[in-house]
Design a protein around this ligand. Structure first.
Ligand code: KIV
Length: 302
């Protein structure tokens, strides 16, 4: 394979941390090799193998359905694309809730078997012992605060978080605690813009927003939402769709089917042919009265 001279320097967690207040961070999800290739070609700094794979790829109603094994499977597929972007593997629900030991073992699987360069965990001070254990095992960790989808049941649905002053204050305190613990960046999801702005101003590591306004140090969206590759499900108001790939794919497949029906597919250029001499022998072989001639022809082949 030819060396790609346009290849960017591989992104690392410390490089992400150093972007605080600088060029905005570009993060997008990907779940397999083709989506990772596309995200990387577009210049992603960070590819998140999100547990949103449960909804957008595997057809579940929420993210609670995926296990560490499923996340490793998808992270490894992304890693095989060898992106320059930093690969962040999402830790699924219950993989970091029971003990620091289990958390390190699970995070280790995302790194060792999945090829992630960092992991992401939802939650604030409540999760500090697990986050600290991951960091102590030399695995870079990204935080995730605000509307944390793994807490869908305890939040009573997917609701914007930090709308009340006290809740916003708690969220800012969580962000500071995560920073003190040593995470390299924090995703802020589904929070009022002023709360995201306060967090961004208060901490020295980057914030990456999703439904958190414009003041964050970067933004993230789900691949299938940005590209219109989803199955037509409800889109939150913070999503901007830049393409309609599902519609394009339907049109492409409809054209293929129409060409099957009309006989326009496959064409001469899309068809394999036998050497003429072999074809002549084959025709004789398939005609019993010509078997003798076919044997003769094969014997006298050069
Ligand atoms: O799983 C995911 O896609 C995420 C992003 C929405 C941040 O966690």
């Amino acid at each position: 394979m030819m060396a790609d001279s346009n290849r960017r320097k591989p992104m690392t967690a410390p490089m992400v941390a150093a972007r605080k207040g600088g060029q905005k961070l570009r993060m997008i999800t990907a779940y397999d090799a083709p989506t990772a290739h596309i995200a990387d070609r577009a210049g992603a700094d960070i590819i998140l193998v999100g547990d949103s794979v449960a909804n957008v790829v595997l057809g579940h109603d929420d993210t609670l359905a995926v296990s560490v094994e499923v996340m490793v499977h998808h992270t490894a597929a992304v890693a095989r694309a060898k992106p320059s972007a930093l690969i962040v593997g999402d830790m699924p629900w219950l993989s970091y809730h029971t003990s620091p030991q289990d958390t390190v073992a699970n995070a280790g699987m995302l790194v060792r078997d999945g090829g992630a360069g960092a992991v992401k965990l939802e939650g604030g001070r409540k999760r500090l012992p697990m986050i600290t254990a991951v960091l102590d095992a030399e695995i870079p960790a990204m935080g995730h605060l605000g509307l944390t989808p793994q807490s869908v049941h305890s939040m009573g649905g997917y609701r914007v978080q930090g709308k009340e002053a006290q809740a916003a204050y708690e969220l800012i305190s969580d962000a500071k605690a995560l920073e003190d613990a040593g995470v390299f960046a924090i995703v802020l999801e589904g929070v009022p813009d002023v709360v995201a702005q306060l967090v961004t101003d208060e901490i020295t590591i980057p914030t990456i927003g999703i439904g958190a306004g414009t003041h964050c140090d970067g933004q993230v969206l789900v691949f299938h939402d940005v590209t219109g590759l989803g199955a037509g499900e409800y889109l939150p108001k913070f999503v901007r769709q830049y393409a309609q790939l599902a519609d394009d794919a339907v049109a492409a497949i409809e054209s293929f089917f129409a060409d099957i029906e009309s006989g326009a597919f496959p064409s001469e250029e899309e068809t394999y042919h036998m050497p003429a001499e072999s074809e002549a022998i084959l025709h004789k072989l398939s005609n019993p009265s010509d078997h003798f001639l076919a044997d003769e022809a094969m014997e006298h082949r050069p």
